[in-house]
Design a protein around this ligand. Structure first.
Ligand SMILES: C[S@@+](CC[C@H](N)C(=O)[O-])C[C@H]1O[C@@H](n2cnc3c(N)ncnc32)[C@H](O)[C@@H]1O
Length: 467
């Protein structure tokens, strides 16, 4: 499309009818077949929207006025919904979110993979669709994003915020008092720390200025026994300043069994420190998936929706169709949680993982649970897969959002296991990888699992059989 035939112009407003939802959560509208992604819009909405970005193949817009609301629209229960980057679909009933997640998986498999005939099962719903997260990461900032109703309130300081990002801004933070994705206790802790920091002059870190002390607050809560961990991430290595806060937290909230201080003096805005100080209690909490109890430290990876993780893993086991003679490769094995489940049903599991600390955790998890038939190979799959001689009957693969490297997909094809179970958190890369496998593998089952209610994210488990 040449420059002068774009049907829209940046900054202008257009009347649009939303046709469907895209993976990414936005509504999709079209003018003369030119696609416009509209934030926070739902299928059936008739809206006025302003174009904020215009590219060769598509534009992005936000709603300025709803002319006719979609029948799917509900009032979002959270007052921050219109601004917060955490949730995308709180303006839709949970049943409708599940319907659209299935549509997105089906549509992506057809559009990108060319799989027109594949049946996609109804999405497995999450047992909880609010307060389901066992971990939330909040940012401190010296630049607070004000809600419209806060704009004229002189008593609100713009120089302190503890909350979540507003999409499109990198340094301003929406101050949050209640996040519906975490528990009531976790919200009380959030407010306790925010009040304490202001009263005791613990300065928030400036994302722009790189000055200040408090950078992140990470709250982790066990779904198994309610234990809580508070991780305060600071820009300076001065843990003594936090000791009184740790003590006050432990006295006010008996469920807090761990308070740690991660120190991140680097510019990168990440909640992982180069150093950790234990301020109160122990350095981990315990949570359980199925029969396994895991120790989770501040920087360990753990599935954020504990109860639904169990359902996801059960589905993976069912699709793997194992028996006591099966050799299984668990690719992208992380801390080995799936490997432990697989090991109970097979002769041997070999996990492959590049992160050194995750491999250490996996080995420790296996040994603590007395699992003797799981071993872990450390390194990039491209290098490690060819070095393992024991060939698998079943390959389980759970790659990051970017999917598998094309060479890894081709190696799996050459190894030719009877069954492949692909666990994916991104339908787009899933469809791409399945297409490469399709001449040698038949898709038998596609089961989406909802790990993240109120967001567009969807996990999908696919069973493939060798042709
Ligand atoms: C989605 S996580 C899988 C987590 C794990 N299966 C679980 O359920 O806990 C993806 C994992 O792949 C690992 N990874 C990414 N690229 C890799 C590569 N090239 N080779 C091996 N592992 C890799 C990451 O370190 C991460 O632990």
């Amino acid at each position: 499309m040449s420059q002068n035939v774009y049907p829209v112009k940046k900054g202008n407003e257009y009347e649009l009818k939303i046709e469907r939802l895209a993976f990414g959560g936005q509504g999709v509208a079209r003018i003369d077949n030119y696609v416009i992604f509209v934030k926070r819009a739902l299928p059936g909405d008739h809206v006025k929207a302003r174009i904020v970005k215009r590219k060769k193949d598509f534009a992005e817009a936000f709603v300025t006025e709803i002319l006719q609301p979609s029948p799917y629209r509900i009032d979002p229960p959270c007052k921050y919904f219109s601004w917060c980057g955490g949730c995308t679909w709180q303006n839709m009933k949970y049943e409708d979110q599940l319907y659209f997640k299935r549509e997105i998986v089906r549509d992506t498999l057809t559009r990108i993979g060319g799989f027109n005939e594949v049946e996609v099962h109804a999405v497995l719903p999450s047992p909880e669709y609010f307060a389901y997260r066992n971990k939330m990461e909040f940012s401190f900032s010296d630049r607070r994003w004000l809600l419209p109703e806060e704009l004229n309130q002189a008593h609100i300081s713009k120089e302190f915020a503890l909350g979540l990002h507003v999409p499109g801004t990198f340094d301003k933070i929406l101050h949050i008092e209640t996040c519906l994705l975490q528990s009531e206790t976790a919200n009380q802790i959030l407010n306790f720390i925010s009040d304490y920091a202001r009263k005791n002059n613990l300065q928030p870190y400036g994302i722009r200025s790189h000055q200040g002390y408090l950078r992140f607050l990470v709250i982790r809560e066990s779904a198994f026994n309610g234990e809580l961990m508070v991780n305060l991430v600071t820009g300076l290595d001065e843990p003594e300043r936090l000791k009184p806060l740790a003590s006050a937290l432990s006295k006010t909230f008996p469920q807090v069994v761990s308070v740690v201080n991660n120190v991140n003096t680097r510019l990168a805005q990440i909640a992982q420190g180069e150093k950790e100080h234990l301020l109160y209690g122990r350095s981990y909490i315990q949570d359980r998936i199925g029969p396994f109890i895991f120790k989770i430290s501040a920087n360990s990876f753990f599935q954020t929706n504990t109860r639904q993780a169990e359902k996801l893993y059960e589905k993976a086991i069912e699709f793997a169709g194992l028996d006591s003679n099966s050799v299984v490769w668990d690719l992208y094995s992380g801390t080995g949680t799936i490997s432990l489940f697989l090991a109970r049903h097979s002769k041997k599991v070999i996990g492959f993982e590049t992160a050194v600390s995750a491999v250490q955790d996996a080995r420790q998890n296996a040994s603590e649970h007395g699992v003797q038939n799981a071993e872990f190979v450390e390194g990039d799959l491209l290098k490690t897969m060819p070095t393992v001689g024991e060939r698998p009957d079943v390959v389980v693969t759970d790659p990051p959002r970017s999917g598998m490297h094309e060479k890894v997909v081709r190696m799996i094809k050459d190894i030719a296991p009877q069954t492949i179970v692909y666990i994916s958190c991104n339908p787009t890369t899933l469809a791409r990888d399945l297409k490469i496998l399709s001449d040698r593998y038949r898709i038998e089952k596609v089961q989406p699992v909802d790990m993240f209610p109120q967001t567009y994210h969807i996990e999908t488990v696919v069973q493939l059989k060798r042709r």
